[in-house]
Design a protein around this ligand. Structure first.
Ligand SMILES: *[C@@H]1O[C@H](CO)[C@@H](O)[C@H](O)[C@H]1NC(C)=O
Ligand SMILES: *[C@@H]1O[C@H](CO)[C@@H](O)[C@H](O)[C@H]1NC(C)=O
Length: 202
């Protein structure tokens, strides 16, 4: 009886072997994922990142002048920036503050870069100015009406480039956006300013 040619390479692979290998790889991947997840969880629990808290503490306007739909005004705001984190400090590398009325940006200011330590409150004074800012007829009309009522409702927006620092590790840049509205600026200095709480996204 002529022998039939066997499989090349002699011994056939045992049918159990290949699924074993696949199983080992799958178990290895699952264990790695679980381990990485565990490390991330432990680091996260140790650091406990908390959202930054921003409020507008005071707002004033002077030199308010609206003439032929052009606005001149000098604003003065005190922003309170609170970093509630016990393990994370922040580098503010650039900070832009803008003031909007009726969704239109009317004034700008910049804050010098600073480092905010852990669990720290920093007060930022900004003085955005509007110089001959052209307004649409309807916007100008609303602003005039609000002014005569004694209070102007504005929005204050902060856009900052920040980095986080945990121990000796520093993160890459993130954009922080702070949106404060409504900020009711009183034209009558005897009326009290009401603190505005801001939405913070980072
Ligand atoms: C705003 O101020 C500029 C000079 O700083 C002046 O030329 C302009 O007339 C002023 N505009 C208004 C509306 O008062
Ligand atoms: C917050 O940090 C700044 C320096 O970055 C410091 O001048 C200020 O005193 C600190 N505030 C508090 C309440 O510790």
């Amino acid at each position: 009886m002529a022998s039939r040619p066997g499989p090349i390479g002699g011994q056939p692979i045992s049918p159990q072997r290949r699924p074993m290998l696949v199983r080992c790889i799958v178990i290895g991947i699952v264990l790695t994922v679980v381990l990485v997840g565990f490390v991330v969880l432990v680091v996260w629990l140790a650091v406990r990142p908390q959202r930054l808290v921003y409020t507008v503490e005071d707002g004033k306007v002077h030199g308010f002048d609206l003439y032929k739909n052009h606005l001149n005004a000098s604003f003065d705001f005190i922003l309170k920036s609170y970093n509630p984190n016990h393990k994370i400090s922040l580098y503010y590398d650039s900070i832009e503050v803008s003031v909007a009325y009726d969704d239109k940006i009317i004034a700008f200011d910049y804050v010098d870069p600073f480092h905010q330590p852990r669990h720290n409150v920093t007060r930022l004074e900004v003085k955005p100015m509007a110089r001959s800012v052209p307004l649409m007829g309807s916007v100008s009309k609303n602003l005039r009406i609000e002014k005569s009522s004694g209070q102007i409702e504005l929005a204050v927006l902060v856009k900052a480039r920040i980095r986080f620092k945990v121990g000796i590790w520093k993160s890459s840049h993130h954009t922080l956006k702070v949106y404060c509205k409504p900020v009711g600026v009183q034209l009558d200095p005897s009326r009290k300013f009401e603190t505005t709480y801001c939405d913070v996204n980072s």
